[in-house]
Design a protein around this ligand. Structure first.
Ligand code: ZN
Length: 275
């Protein structure tokens, strides 16, 4: 597999460079030759979506995804309906921004067992799909590492995500695959092939797993700083036919405390050397 020569397939999540306004991020990425951006809800909150969309277009960038929807489980039917309503709003926002995909962090509740949460997630996605299709926005299940099974997602493997995609069998439902969450999964290569066979491999996220992480959420490593065989996994993803963006998604108090210019520089270096 070829090393990455340029940033044509590079996308950066707006949460990663959150110290810059969304406008500044768009300009900086365009200057650096990066071609993709994934928008996080908080970075466009209160903004004029048509203006943001226009600015991204004029800068020659592609909006890859909108983060994030999901959180389907709820103890009562009223709670679950609230989640559906909120997800419809998120889909509307994605459509207004020109984002073709909403990433789903499916949700989990500490006071409800995983079996019930998983059932509710499937029902929630099924309910949402006709609306997503009507709006022209796809949904990507992002399986989350099992360390988040208590409160963020009851969907923890690519195998599980593939099963849901096969069950609901809808062209607007697929998977957002993040190396941080699935690098450890036994049979990952075969599951990537299965995901592609289902035409469900919608997105690919990169960062690294530091074995001595100080925070479960906000201490992700730059590519090359941890133990994930990113190059190998990208090889599997591309061999399966994926030709979309490599999305850099790093939450890190360590890097957020540094100047964003320096952080972007490090991201671009690690993208070329370790992705
Ligand atoms: Zn991700």
């Amino acid at each position: 597999m070829e090393p990455l020569q340029n940033f044509e397939k590079c996308c950066i999540h707006s949460i990663t460079l959150k110290r810059w306004s969304i406008e500044e991020q768009i300009d900086r990425l365009a200057n650096a030759g990066v071609k993709g951006i994934t928008l996080w809800r908080q970075s466009v909150e209160g903004k004029n979506f048509a203006d943001i969309r226009e600015r991204i277009h004029k800068a020659g960038l592609t909006t890859v995804s909108y983060c994030r929807g999901g959180f389907f489980p709820g103890i009562t039917p009223v709670d679950r309906q609230k989640s559906i309503d909120e997800n419809k709003k998120i889909i509307d926002e994605a459509a207004a921004l020109g984002a073709p995909l909403v990433v789903l962090v499916c949700g989990s509740l500490p006071n409800q067992n995983l079996i019930d949460s998983r059932k509710q997630i499937i029902v929630g996605i099924e309910q949402l799909l006709p609306y997503a299709e009507k709006c022209g926005v796809k949904l990507g299940i992002e399986p989350l590492h099992p360390m988040y099974a208590g409160d963020r997602s009851a969907i923890n493997t690519l195998a599980q995500s593939n099963e849901i995609c096969a069950l609901l069998n809808h062209p607007f439902l697929g998977v957002a695959l993040d190396v941080f969450h699935v690098w450890w999964e036994p049979g990952l290569e075969a599951q990537i092939q299965e995901c592609a066979r289902l035409k469900a491999l919608f997105a690919f996220h990169v960062c690294d797993w530091k074995t001595e992480m100080s925070d479960m959420l906000n201490d992700r490593g730059l590519m090359g700083e941890g133990c994930i065989p990113i190059h190998q996994i990208r090889g599997w993803v591309e061999a399966a036919g994926f030709n979309g963006f490599n999305e850099v998604e790093i939450f890190s108090h360590r890097y957020w405390n540094q100047e964003p210019e320096l952080f972007l520089d490090l991201i671009l270096k690690s993208y070329q050397q370790h992705t």
